[in-house]
Design a protein around this ligand. Structure first.
Ligand SMILES: [Ca+2]
Length: 339
């Protein structure tokens, strides 16, 4: 069954949105980069432009879309079914080199603490864990606002929190068994917390910046604002591997908050509304979520989408941003596949 015209339109619109994003941000077609900009947390924003073939395939000649995949993931009927039933696992089988375009379908919204400069987000037993990190300058003095917190999802209430030690800029957070691991931006310190009591357990030093963190059941996966995923031992934090992330051959930098699910790594790209799905064995991006529909009013340009957490019990995502007043529960709905 071929995808219907509305699916094709959405697929084309997704590609167009990315192309427009490139234009708005001054991306260079010569380099294949969609966007570059300096960021306060270091690194550049880079989202790769699909290759000419892929861009063409996503539009006028999208009859080439793999019909089996499209039938399974992109029909309106399928989307409606997914809205009422437990959703699919977030990973679909794609032809080699294909990129799936996705968009969020909002299922529910909840309050989110507007003083939380969200850096990490993870679901644990139906509750939400969040890490924050910031250096504020309210009266000229530097104030460090970095903590770990447990959130009642429905109310947004912070039911438990603990300040990160010392003067650090907290970043990503993930759970490994009964413990939480929190990293820091430029402080080169990783903290271990008891996941139940939030008791501070220990810390390990590392080299470089820390941005996002997730645990795939075997390895920690970490970002530092570059195009790299770093793999670390979950017990010692020892660096055990690294891979460069590319989309259609172009490195994708500013990889930030992470989620590890079903053998894939999902990363929101700093200062964009895009979330990319990465094969950690190859570094290839095989899915792009355009989450711009979740965009919030922003006082400063840094109040960006940052925080993605997979809730396995409901097969949904929780997504928010820095200082955002809203936490979204969403599913990512396929808009089609290029190949
Ligand atoms: Ca996460």
């Amino acid at each position: 069954m071929r995808p219907d015209h509305s699916v094709l339109s959405r697929l084309a619109a997704s590609a167009l949105a990315i192309a427009l994003f490139a234009t708005a941000c001054g991306g260079s077609s010569d380099t294949g980069l969609l966007a570059t900009a300096a960021t306060p947390e270091g690194g550049d924003i880079v989202l790769a432009q699909p290759t000419a073939d892929a861009a063409t395939d996503s539009g006028a000649t999208s009859q080439d879309v793999d019909t089996d995949t499209a039938d399974a993931t992109t029909t309106d009927d399928a989307a409606q079914t997914e809205a009422s039933d437990p959703g699919p696992t977030p990973t679909v089988a794609l032809p080699p080199g294909a990129i799936e375009f996705l968009r969020p379908e909002v299922i529910a919204t909840y309050p989110h603490d507007i003083t939380a400069y969200t850096q990490g987000l993870e679901v644990m037993d139906g509750q939400l864990l969040e890490s924050t990190g910031r250096q504020g300058h309210p009266d000229g003095d530097v104030v460090y606002e970095s903590d770990v917190r447990r959130i009642d999802i429905d109310t947004g209430e912070v039911v438990q929190r603990a300040d990160a030690p010392g003067t650090v800029f907290g970043e990503g957070l993930t759970r490994v068994g009964d413990e939480l691991i929190q990293i820091t931006w430029q402080d080169q310190r990783a903290f271990w917390w008891d996941a139940e009591t939030f008791e501070f357990l220990r810390e390990v030093s590392y080299e470089g910046q820390g941005w996002g963190l997730c645990y795939d059941g075997d390895r920690l996966v970490m970002t530092d604002g570059s195009e790299n995923l770093y793999f670390r031992d979950p017990a010692t934090f020892e660096l055990i591997g690294r891979i460069s992330v590319t989309q259609s051959g172009t490195p994708i930098a500013s990889l930030n908050e992470l989620e590890c699910i079903d053998g894939k790594v999902w990363a929101n790209v700093y200062r964009t509304d895009f979330i990319v799905r990465i094969d950690p064995e190859t570094g290839f991006v095989d899915g792009i979520v355009d989450a711009s529909a979740l965009e919030q009013p922003r006082v400063t340009p840094t109040e960006v989408l940052n925080g993605i957490a997979w809730d396995a019990e409901t097969a949904t995502w929780l997504v928010t941003g820095k200082f955002w007043p809203t936490m979204y529960r969403v599913r990512f709905i396929s808009d089609g596949v290029t190949n």
